[in-house]
Unconditional design. Structure first.
Ligand SMILES: Cc1cc2nc3c(=O)[nH]c(=O)nc-3n(C[C@H](O)[C@H](O)[C@H](O)COP(=O)(O)O)c2cc1C
Length: 193
């Protein structure tokens, strides 16, 4: 049986962001774990503009080449992990924009979260993101990874200095993601029958 295809999406896009180091740490961990095919997607590189489609997804064909490209990318995923910073007690705008561009592409696929920030460890970012992915028909996992005091574990331009607790939490989330990737596949097959 082939491995489920996991896409890790780095949400933050600003210069000096910590998100790239967090995403690289998680990506390396998934490779070592060896249960998934994996792709690291960086929204800073994807470079979507603010939503510029005249119709909501599913109400008509996309009109922009970047939307088709994003649609093809996300269609390949069977499970996702969003790496999200906490900005003003929520998650960042680029992540919301990237979600809003698409519809059916996200449906019936499990999604995990790696949230990070200050003392709140990205908890409010993950809390705000959960109903949004549920509205898109995704399967949000309750087991998330929370990284408090992000500047403690990564400095600007530096690598992520992981801790056993964070690696263990990430592996636990992968356990759930692996189980739900199979369930999601059954749901999607049933929906097309
Ligand atoms: C616009 C902005 C708002 C922020 N608001 C919060 C916040 O509400 N809670 C928090 O814990 N950290 C907050 N922070 C700190 C960020 O979580 C921290 O800077 C983190 O590194 C941001 O992710 P990034 O470096 O990948 O962009 C904020 C940072 C920015 C840039």
């Amino acid at each position: 049986m082939s491995k489920p295809y996991l896409q890790i999406i780095i949400g933050s896009t600003r210069p000096g962001r910590r998100g790239a180091a967090v995403g690289n740490w998680f990506h390396d961990l998934v490779i070592r774990d060896d249960r998934f095919g994996v792709e690291l997607i960086d929204l800073a590189e994807v470079g979507l503009p603010l939503l510029d489609e005249p119709l909501p997804p599913g109400r008509g064909p996309y009109t922009q080449e970047h939307t088709w490209r994003w649609s093809r990318t996300i269609s390949a995923g069977e499970a996702y992990v969003f790496v999200v910073p906490e900005y003003n007690h929520s998650y960042n705008a680029a992540t919301k924009n990237a979600l809003d561009f698409l519809g059916e592409e996200w449906r019936n696929k499990p999604v995990g979260f790696v949230g990070y920030g200050g003392i709140a460890a990205g908890a409010r970012a993950v809390q705000a993101l959960t109903p949004v992915v549920a509205a898109l028909g995704m399967i949000p996992l309750t087991q998330a990874v929370h990284i408090p005091g992000i500047n403690r574990v990564v400095s600007a331009g530096g690598p992520f200095k992981s801790e056993d607790r964070l690696d263990a939490s990430a592996t636990k989330m992968l356990d759930d993601l692996f189980r739900w990737a199979a369930e999601g596949g059954s749901l999607r097959r049933a929906a097309t029958e």
